[in-house]
Ligand binder design. Structure first.
Ligand code: ATP
Ligand code: MG
Length: 419
């Protein structure tokens, strides 16, 4: 008997999308992400994907990773066997008892997509149910059948190639496969909202890179580490992450010297938008992503967003825009970034914060303030010293400082994939 991972990607997700492209992106992502756990084979079978680990591979690690792959609606482990009733019964007898330990009730659900199989689904369920009842009784751990509300649902699937027997199937991570919806450059701060924004857009199938702005020595090395840790946690969903760190120290100092205090945050945020667009275009990203939520702080009123948005030359996606802080925190806890986000390190946006930031800025006045400086020169300077960090997930996390582009390609090539 061979144990494998049986995952499904549900027909609904495929509507309106090119099925082939969707599947290819899914397979590419799975191959990349499971590579650190050992060898395996992937097979596609009617809206299902099976991953069969090679001898000695870490199936637990693979399964854990599969639970976080976007584009899968369900994942479970299964025993695979020949398409005969004898083999199915044998697999159920051997494989299912471990899932019923300490449980009282179960039911069997059967599905046959191969209609030439001699038994119909209800007959398969009845027969396999009987086999399981006998096996558990024989082991001194009797269980009962309960079709209404069972503790465990056992599934038998007769597909084209093989039969599968499983229990304990879980919901998958949902969404769409990594890279099936283009690339986005996320503005990642050390806060609660932007990691949630990354997760939400990654779940919609975007491949994501991040840009982080710091203001050393006003912000610390620890603040940068915190952001890299957030990126590392997000890697659990994206599989990989590149973080571009851009210093805005000079820009902030010059803004403070030459412009009115009340406009400081807005002007800084406009500059961040322009710098992010440049980083995005360099990285082949077609959109920016931020964690902004309407009305949450002074810089997120509709008027302030209008002013900062005007500085961006790419679409800005704001998946948290309509969410309450409570809702954002709930997602943040679910994805495991909350505890890191609340570590109390400074952010460049909180350095030199004006006492009375403009909540209803007038665009002409903002532009007049901005014209007092040579922003283009300052931004060119900032772009000439971008630090890059690459995080490639698996059990081992590699963090490389300021590596040139080609090294990143080499890391991916080593992991079996080109960028
Ligand atoms: P967050 O919790 O994500 O930090 P916030 O509520 O603190 O959001 P702001 O500080 O106004 O709100 O930031 C709004 C958005 O701007 C953030 O969600 C993030 O996308 C981006 N941003 C803010 N600071 C930085 C930074 N230092 N580096 C990169 N992006 C930033
Ligand atoms: Mg913030």
């Amino acid at each position: 008997m061979t144990e494998l991972i049986l995952s499904k990607y549900g027909e609904l997700t495929l509507k309106g999308l090119n099925k082939r492209r969707f599947e290819d992106a899914l397979v590419r992502d799975i191959k990349f992400r499971l590579a650190p756990y050992g060898g395996f084979e992937i097979e596609r079978a009617q809206s299902a994907l099976t991953v069969t680990p090679a001898e000695g591979a870490d199936i637990d690690g693979m399964y854990d990773e599969m639970r976080r792959v976007f584009g899968l609606s369900a994942v479970g482990r299964a025993a695979v066997c020949e398409k005969t009733m004898e083999a199915v019964s044998e697999a159920a007898r051997e494989y299912i008892p471990q899932f019923l330990m300490g449980k009282k009730t179960f039911k069997v659900e059967s599905k046959r997509s191969d209609k030439s199989f001699p038994l119909k689904s209800p007959q398969i369920s009845a027969e396999v149910g009987g086999v399981i009842l006998d096996a558990m009784a024989h082991m001194g751990m009797p269980v009962k059948v309960n079709v209404e509300d069972p503790d465990v649902t056992v599934r038998v699937e007769i597909r084209d190639g093989h039969a599968y027997v499983s229990a304990g199937q879980e919901r998958g991570a949902g969404g769409m496969p990594a890279g099936s919806s283009g690339r986005g450059m996320a503005l990642l701060s050390g806060g609660i909202d932007s990691p949630v924004a990354v997760y939400m857009m990654a779940r919609r199938g975007m491949a994501i890179e991040c840009v982080h702005f710091e203001s050393f020595p006003y912000t610390s090395e620890l603040a940068r580490r915190k952001v890299l840790e957030l990126a590392r946690l997000l890697c659990g969903y994206t599989g990989r992450m590149r973080v571009h760190v851009i210093s805005v120290t000079r820009i902030q100092e010059e803004l403070r010297k030459h412009t009115e205090e009340d406009y400081f945050t807005l002007l800084l945020r406009r500059s961040m938008m322009r710098l992010s667009c440049r980083a995005a275009r360099n990285a082949g990203c077609g959109a920016l992503i931020t964690g902004e939520s309407l009305g949450q702080v002074a810089s997120q009123t509709l008027e302030a967003i209008t002013v900062t948005n005007a500085a961006a030359s790419l679409p800005v996606l704001r998946p948290c825009v309509g969410m309450d802080k409570d809702e954002i925190i709930t997602v943040s806890r679910k994805i495991g970034t909350f505890e890191t986000s609340i570590l109390p390190y400074e952010d460049c946006c909180t350095v030199f914060t004006p006492a009375h930031p403009k909540t209803r800025p007038e665009p002409e006045k903002v532009l007049a303030q901005e014209a007092k400086l040579d922003m283009a020169a300052l931004e060119n300077e900032a772009m000439s010293a971008v630090m890059r960090y690459d995080i490639v997930s698996g059990t081992v996390i590699e963090t490389l400082e300021g590596v040139p582009e080609k090294d990143y390609g080499a890391i991916l090539a080593e992991k079996g994939e080109q960028k």
